[in-house]
Design a protein around this ligand. Structure first.
Ligand code: PLP
Length: 388
């Protein structure tokens, strides 16, 4: 049972007395005790067992066990959303006065957390460019506690050198945290390269069908214990139903991600020389500036392709308006192909200069390639390009 495909399918919470084949959903807020002594010992943590679903639940535990196997992690804990995983992970590990060193190109709400909320608790941050790792050490201060990256980045698909960052973290005694949402453990396992913790928005490729929200942090056991203690008191618990859904989805992670990547590579190759396009970015295209690094740390290129359309903002909007099949929506990593235009939507509040710093030009389109037939995806994208 040591292949990830098998682990994702065969890892299951202990069967109940009914001997069900597929795991049941444990929709219960609490769990009962046989007697006063068992209850006392459980609350005193002398006995490990479920007490209350804000703390632990069999469906959440099953999801944690699978994700630990897939990521090569010692322990983990689940959350209601990716953002609650990110917030709880940072909030539990950071003290007043601490400093976070983060890649500049990160998920928009994570950026807002650093800039609008952490200053309230006197937690500061600096941003570095993942494509210039030689500059990172300049930002490290005695107060720096966490080094944080996403790889590939959103939406530019820049690649962070995980092995190099892992070595820097050890040298400077930093906690190295990777948001592995875009790659999934099937393509990339940051812990192998020195990450202490890996965070996921399970809302994306882990569920992969655009149904439920969820988050998870896995990694070093002692760090996870601190995070878990913070979370069980503050309450961002994952619903058992969502945990069940995501755990079931992991059974098909490998086949889904294989097809996502095959479709994405195929589309990237077709678009590379399209006359309406200035540039196509996909980690597994040999034209990607960090192709070698991507090949070293990922087994395939993922499902995000970004294209830069000629004609800037206007063309970007025209492209979205001409799309017929693909979805215009905020999610990514769905069975359905999704197109978005960051400059007029998710990153519309940034100045053109700020957008440029994270690799978002006015004509940049992010495509989250789904599982539809590749010919249908290609046809829709190409007919829309021809109308820009
Ligand atoms: C979506 C996303 C998040 C946030 O996850 P939610 O489940 O929406 O809260 C965090 N990081 C990345 C890279 C994401 O794409």
């Amino acid at each position: 049972m040591n292949h990830p495909e098998t682990q994702a399918i065969r890892t299951q919470t202990q069967r109940s007395a009914h001997q069900e084949h597929s795991a049941p959903v444990y929709l219960t807020s609490s769990f009962v005790f046989d007697d006063a002594e068992e209850m006392r010992a459980s609350f005193a943590e002398e006995k490990q067992r479920n007490i209350y679903s804000r703390y632990t639940n069999p469906n959440c535990a099953e999801l944690v066990e699978k994700m630990c196997l897939l990521e090569g992690a010692q322990a983990g804990t689940t959350f209601a959303t990716g953002m609650s995983a990110i917030f709880s992970t940072f909030a539990s590990l950071l003290d007043n006065g601490d400093h976070v060193l983060s890649a500049r190109a990160i998920f928009g709400n994570t950026h807002t957390l650093f800039t609008n909320f952490f200053p309230k608790w006197n937690i500061s941050h600096s941003y570095f460019d993942v494509t210039k790792p030689e500059e990172i050490e300049d930002f490290i201060t005695p107060k720096t506690k966490i080094l944080y990256v996403e790889s590939p980045t959103n939406p530019a698909t820049d690649i962070a050198d995980l092995e190099l960052l892992g070595a820097l973290s050890r040298k400077h005694n930093l906690i190295f945290i990777v948001d592995n949402c875009f790659a999934t453990p099937y393509l990339q396992q940051p812990i192998k390269f020195g990450a202490d913790l890996v965070i996921h928005s399970a809302t994306k490729l882990l569920d992969g069908q655009g149904r439920v929200m969820g988050g998870i942090t896995v990694g070093n056991e002692e760090l996870i214990d601190q995070i878990y203690r913070f979370a069980r008191v503050t309450g961002p618990a994952l619903s058992p139903y969502n945990a069940w859904t995501i755990s079931k989805s992991l059974e098909t992670l490998a086949v889904r991600v294989d097809r996502h990547c095959e479709n994405a590579k195929n589309l990237a190759l077709v678009l590379e020389y399209h006359p309406k396009i200035l540039k196509v970015r996909y980690p597994f295209l040999s034209s990607h500036p960090q192709y070698e690094l991507a090949r070293k740390q990922m087994s395939q290129g993922g499902n995000i392709v970004t294209i830069e359309i000629k004609g800037g903002l206007e063309s970007g909007r025209n492209f979205l308006n001409a799309i017929q099949m693909c979805s215009l929506t905020a999610n990514l990593g769905d069975t359905r192909t999704i197109v978005s235009h960051p400059a007029s939507t998710t990153h519309g509040k940034l100045t053109a200069q700020e957008r440029a710093e994270v690799g978002i030009s006015d004509g940049l389109i992010r495509i989250s390639i789904g599982l539809e037939h590749i010919e249908d995806i290609k046809n829709d994208i190409i007919q829309a390009l021809n109308k820009t």
